[in-house]
Design a protein around this ligand. Structure first.
Ligand SMILES: [Zn+2]
Length: 460
């Protein structure tokens, strides 16, 4: 039995249509963690879709209640083959964001897998169901080819990632010993280009907060009071312009990271950032002195996610009482996470906007992490992916998006290597979410090769 056998088993799983059928089954579970009414569905996913399969593959599985009220259950699984063997931990999330049922293209429905050319549509296909399905199937392929993995494998599946990984860190703190491993190898997010494997070793952090300007009780007639009452929408818009300039360059000094070193710039140099099927990149947006890749992977970005004053759908002749903007900062290592909101407070105060309140949201806080691309496990994974695909993967110091990676990197103390199986135009978190069949097949091959190689001994 050889490495090629394991890869052939993974290919056959795809080519026979079993992969498609398995993904179709996972998509039927309406695992919207943002919808409290679906809490039962979150458990059903682990109990019925995942646990029987992992048990059949020789994993000892346990479903745990979330240590935090309102969080979904978690599944842990372990297949231990020997105390002297390397142990990998892998991770996925079975929950999805809201279905947005009315907004999908004609002929599509969020919880039914629809095949159209190279695309498989369905809520949660890309984020994250296909990703953990591929990794589980690749583990099975190695077991089928070798009779065993040749290493110890542990799996965590959570059901609350889309609400900020509720309880995940608490759970890890309580179960550090159970989850002890040599490395995290997991999958989420997109490849940089569909046909080239990508790996990243951390993620940008993310903090979401409201800026709220509440000037008085109730709205007042704009004829009688216009010119006499300050307009909260105008005041809030001016406050926002102190945070970023007209091309989106960050003006809060503490929000400008100090980590864009020559080594990181070298790692990012030449990475393709354009995505043919995605939106056109605005070259004149963001930090002017940086390349687009540096802006996304090596720098911080600020966004206004939503903004309101008055009643936008039915405006009346009145000066609004208040205005609100929901804002977000995505940030890299080299930004003091604890000082992000205090720094903004100081900045707004100095600009004369003491009345603008900063209201942090409890959800959507992830810290930034990174692993050196020269770490032995990062090099090992890169070499394995190169061997399978015949060309080196793209290596990112961190993902531009955010993940609960700090729980793995800091709470569990693991080196973290992510190998994403989606692509950037997958409409993750939007209607018409889909994965590409071609990428899925390629990823099954890559992961079967990687898990085979770990069973040969891992990095020395
Ligand atoms: Zn997501």
């Amino acid at each position: 039995m050889t490495r090629d056998t394991a890869i052939a088993v993974a290919e056959a799983y795809f080519d026979a249509g079993t992969f498609r059928d398995d993904l179709a089954d996972l998509v039927t579970y309406e695992t919207e963690s943002q919808n409290p009414a679906q809490l039962g569905e979150l458990r059903r996913y682990l109990d019925q879709a995942i646990l029987p399969r992992l048990t059949a593959a020789g994993f000892a599985c346990v479903i745990h209640d979330n240590p935090v009220a309102g969080g979904g259950p978690l599944l842990t699984a372990a297949r231990i083959e020997g105390a002297d063997l390397p142990t990998i931990l892998t991770y996925g999330h079975g929950d999805v964001i809201r279905a947005q049922t009315d907004q999908w293209r004609d002929g599509l429905a969020p919880f039914r897998l629809v095949e159209d050319g190279d695309r498989l549509y369905g809520r949660g296909t890309a984020d994250n169901k296909v990703q953990h399905l591929i990794n589980i199937a690749a583990l099975e392929s190695v077991i089928a080819a070798r009779g065993q993995l040749g290493f110890n494998a542990k799996i965590v599946l959570e059901m609350s990632e889309e609400i900020g990984s509720t309880g995940l860190d608490d759970f890890f703190q309580r179960h550090r010993d159970m989850l002890a491993a040599d490395v995290l190898i997991a999958s989420d997010g997109p490849r940089l280009q569909p046909d080239v494997p990508t790996m990243f070793m951390g993620s940008r952090g993310c903090i979401t907060f409201d800026l709220l300007l509440n000037l008085r009780e109730g709205a007042h007639h704009s004829g009688n009071w216009g010119g006499l009452l300050a307009d909260p929408a105008m005041r809030l818009a001016h406050a926002l312009t102190t945070i970023c300039d007209a091309r989106g360059q960050i003006k809060v000094p503490e929000w400008r990271p100090d980590s864009l070193t020559p080594a990181v710039r070298a790692a990012l140099d030449g990475l393709p950032i354009d995505e043919p099927t995605g939106p056109a990149i605005d070259r004149d947006w963001g930090e002017e002195s940086l390349t687009p890749a540096e802006r996304a992977y090596g720098w911080n970005s600020f966004a206004v996610l939503a903004m309101t004053a008055g009643v936008p759908d039915a405006p009346v002749n009145a000066i609004a009482a208040s205005a609100r903007a929901t804002c977000q900062l995505r940030y890299v290592v080299g930004t003091d996470a604890a000082d992000i909101l205090p720094a903004l407070r100081r900045h707004l105060d100095a600009a004369g906007f003491q009345a603008v309140q900063i209201v942090p949201q409890d959800r959507g806080f992830f810290r930034a992490t990174r692993l050196d691309p020269d770490h032995p496990w990062a090099r090992f994974v890169a070499a394995s992916l190169t061997r399978t695909s015949g060309r080196p993967p793209y290596v990112l110091p961190n993902l531009a998006g955010s993940l609960p990676n700090e729980s793995f990197a800091e709470t569990l103390g693991l080196p973290t290597v992510w190998v994403p199986h989606s692509y950037r135009a997958c409409s993750q978190h939007a209607p018409n979410e889909h994965v590409l069949k071609s990428v899925s097949r390629d990823a099954l091959r890559a992961m079967a090769g990687l898990f085979w190689d770990i069973g040969e001994g891992g990095p020395v």
